[in-house]
Design a protein around this ligand. Structure first.
Ligand code: SF4
Ligand code: SF4
Length: 453
């Protein structure tokens, strides 16, 4: 099998060995869940429940009209204790529904799932409605609604399962490939059927090679593959950010997603491993997205693990219940997500949500921030940028407030991967500038559009 990749990138220390041998552990009992009302990229939701109400696991508790919305469901059976703003994994406060576990009233069920639905005989509209009803969003990043992604307006040639897991530390996707490969393969088949794609590709980085025999066996045993569906594995070079949608597409198809474009513009749909598993559960069990797998690790985590826990599980509660042990004295930084693209948060009393792929409890050594120095014009950031941007020049444009120039250089194409910052010998805070710069540029463009109207 040829090994493919993209131009640029970097090799941050992997640090996956801490948790990659640890089988996934399922957390079934929690003392509370704190469920953020808004966990998707799109219009805000309204709570549908009141304080004091009993809710079943799987019951819809927040929703809104509109295409870019997905409902949120109770992840445990219990009583709604509070609806109030809480700190969330994106480092902002937002409305959360707090549920404490309780047995259902006499004669009532503890669970409210949908009826199973056959993904290979239902219509496309039924499939998309099921994916929305299950509250599924992209579980690897921004939480984009899956039913919108799976309704492309252009023909699709490839469904790509993003099993690259290129962020250091994270190992939940690798464990999922090893432990439940048949679910990942069935997820690819369902998405292929939904978007009418002729080919499915499961993209795995070289450093997760040992998962390949498990996945190949599951492909060979899959009934749709036996019936003629084409699903294959593509091995990729271990390189960050190989798991970025645009990098994956280039590595697999040789095509470039145009500036400002979408994967469907080059005939691709990309889905994360967790999302594919959630899609299978939604059809086969009628189960909404009420739990997810994630890695808890880092130098200040004495018990690095891969867990599946109800959405809304507070990381601090996992420690109180003894599921994880935190080195309180050594803890310097908490990150939700991976170390390159994750979000640093003020502490660990924060709930796991639909897009939480990992929780990093970082030690002093891991969290060290170096002083910024002057740019020495070495060009390393330019060679490493996977989007072919010139980060050194872009930083100057942003710093000087020249947003017209920043846009020309490619500010809006920046995927905020942090590779430029990682390779910079002067420790320039490049990606931090670009994140803020993108927000400012978008606000300026919005204001300009309003003035024109
Ligand atoms: S953060 Fe942006 S500019 Fe820096 S390497 Fe990534 S895409 Fe390029
Ligand atoms: S890597 Fe850093 S020092 Fe080198 S050109 Fe880029 S910004 Fe300047």
């Amino acid at each position: 099998m040829s090994i493919r990749t993209f131009r640029g990138g970097a090799h941050p220390p992997e640090r996956k060995d801490r948790s990659q041998e640890t089988p996934i552990e399922r957390i079934t009992s929690v003392t509370q869940v704190v469920i953020p009302v808004n966990q998707h990229f799109g219009a805000p939701l309204q709570p549908l429940v009141k304080v004091g109400e009993f809710v079943k696991a799987g019951q819809k508790i927040a929703d809104a009209d509109g295409r870019m919305t997905v409902p949120v469901h109770a992840s445990i059976a219990g009583v709604v204790k509070k609806i109030e703003p809480r700190m969330q994994s994106n480092n902002t406060e937002g409305p959360c529904i707090v549920i404490e576990p309780k047995d259902p009233p006499e004669g009532e069920a503890a669970q409210e799932f949908m009826q199973p639905l056959d993904p290979f005989t239902c219509s496309k509209d039924e499939a998309l409605a099921r994916i929305r009803a299950a509250g599924i969003v992209g579980m690897g990043g921004a939480g984009f609604p899956a039913h919108v992604k799976l309704a492309p307006t252009k023909p699709i040639s490839f469904v790509i399962a993003n099993a690259a897991e290129c962020e250091p530390y994270l190992t939940i996707d690798e464990r999922t490939l090893i432990e439940t490969p048949e679910k990942v393969v069935e997820g690819v088949a369902i998405v292929m059927k939904t978007v009418n794609a002729p080919e499915g590709v499961i993209a795995i980085e070289e450093n997760k090679k040992r998962a390949i025999p498990f996945v190949q066996k599951a492909i060979d045993a899959n009934p749709q593959v036996k019936g003629g569906m084409k699903i294959r594995i593509q091995e990729l070079r271990t390189k960050y950010p190989q798991g970025g949608e645009k990098m994956l597409i280039t590595a697999i198809t040789g095509k470039q997603v145009p500036s400002g474009g979408l994967p469907m513009d080059v005939g691709c749909v990309v889905s994360n491993v967790g999302t594919l598993c959630a899609i299978v559960d939604a059809f086969r069990e009628g189960k909404p997205l009420i739990e997810r797998g994630f890695t808890v690790t880092g130098g200040a985590c004495k018990t690095p693990k891969n867990l599946i826990a109800p959405i809304g599980t507070v990381v601090g509660d996992l420690a109180k219940a003894g599921h994880i042990q935190i080195d309180e004295e050594g803890l310097r930084k908490v990150i939700f997500g991976g170390p390159m693209m994750g979000v640093a948060v003020p502490g660990y009393e924060i709930p796991v949500q639909k897009n939480t792929s990992g929780v990093l409890l970082m030690s002093e050594q891991e969290a060290t921030q170096y002083e910024e120095d002057t740019c020495i014009r070495c060009g390393r950031c330019i060679r490493a940028c996977p989007m072919a941007i010139t980060p050194a020049l872009l930083a100057i444009a942003v710093e000087t407030g020249n947003y017209g120039e920043a846009e020309k250089i490619g500010l809006l194409d920046c995927i905020e991967c942090g590779t430029c910052s990682f390779v910079c010998p002067a420790h320039r805070h490049l990606v931090q500038r670009f994140r803020v710069g993108k927000q400012v540029l978008r606000a300026l463009k919005q204001k300009e559009a309003q003035n024109v109207r």
